[in-house]
Ligand binder design. Structure first.
Ligand SMILES: O=P(O)(O)OC[C@H]1O[C@H](OP(=O)(O)OP(=O)(O)O)[C@H](O)[C@@H]1O
Ligand SMILES: O=c1[nH]c(=O)c2nc[nH]c2[nH]1
Ligand SMILES: [Mg+2]
Length: 175
C-alpha cells in the first residue's frame, strides 16, 4: 500500500555486517574441531543443510568421521525467516547409530541465530552434541560447542553467499 514502509529483511534489521572469508571460515572450523576432539568420539555427523554442509565436511575430516547424514530444513527465504519446513529427516541408519536419541552423534550447523532451527533438530536428537561455528545470543543456549559469538544485530556473510566486489573509499570524492 502507498505510504507503507517496506518490510525489512532479517539482514537489514541486523544492521551490522560480519563478512567471513574462506580462509577465516576454514580456521574457525579447525578451531571447532579441536574443541570437539575433546568431547568425541562421534559415531556420525549430522549436517543441518545447507549451511551446515561446509563445516560438517571440514569437522568430519578433522575428526576422522566417515558417516555423514543430513537433516534438510528450510526457514530463511534469502534473508526473511518463515515457518520451518523439514524437507528430509534424519536417516534410519543414523538414528540407529545414535540409539534413537542421538547419543554419540554430532549435529553441525554454520550458525545459530534465533535458535529455531537448532531447537527443532535438538528435539529430534535430544542426546546429540550440537556444534556451530558462530552463535548469536538468542540461539547460544541451545549450542554445546561454538567458536565465535556475534551480537544479535549482526548479519554473518558466508563465503559461499558472497563475492569480491568494488568498495568505494571512505572519503567522498577520493575515488
Ligand atoms: O537460528 P535460526 O534463526 O533458526 O537461524 C539459523 C539457521 O538459518 C540458516 O539457515 P537457512 O534457513 O537460511 O538455510 P540454509 O542453511 O539452506 O542457507 C543457518 O544456516 C541456520 O541453519
Ligand atoms: O547468512 C546468514 N547469516 C546470518 O547471520 C543468518 N542468520 C540466520 N540465517 C543466516 N544466514
Ligand atoms: Mg541453515
Amino acid at each position: 500500500m502507498a505510504g507503507e514502509a517496506p518490510e525489512l529483511s532479517a539482514q537489514e534489521r541486523a544492521g551490522k555486517a560480519f563478512p567471513v572469508s574462506w580462509d577465516q571460515f576454514h580456521r574457525d572450523c579447525r578451531a571447532l574441531s579441536w574443541r570437539l576432539n575433546e568431547v568425541g568420539p562421534f559415531h556420525a555427523v549430522i549436517a543441518i543443510t545447507r549451511g551446515g554442509l561446509v563445516p560438517a565436511a571440514i569437522v568430519a575430516r578433522e575428526l576422522g568421521v566417515r558417516v555423514i547424514d543430513t537433516v534438510c530444513i528450510a526457514s530463511y527465504d534469502h534473508n526473511k525467516q518463515g515457518d520451518l519446513q523439514v524437507l528430509k529427516g534424519i536417516s534410519e541408519a543414523a538414528m540407529k547409530l545414535g540409539g534413537g536419541t542421538g547419543k554419540g552423534l554430532l549435529i553441525v550447523d554454520d550458525l545459530v541465530d534465533t535458535g529455531k532451527t537448532g531447537k527443532l533438530v535438538r528435539e529430534m536428537l535430544p542426546d546429540a552434541h550440537f556444534a556451530t561455528v558462530y552463535a548469536k545470543p538468542m540461539g547460544r543456549p541451545l549450542v554445546d560447542t561454538f567458536i565465535t559469538e556475534v551480537s544479535q544485530d549482526t548479519w554473518i556473510f558466508f563465503p559461499w553467499d558472497t563475492a569480491l566486489s568494488y568498495h568505494p573509499p571512505l572519503r567522498d570524492g577520493a575515488a
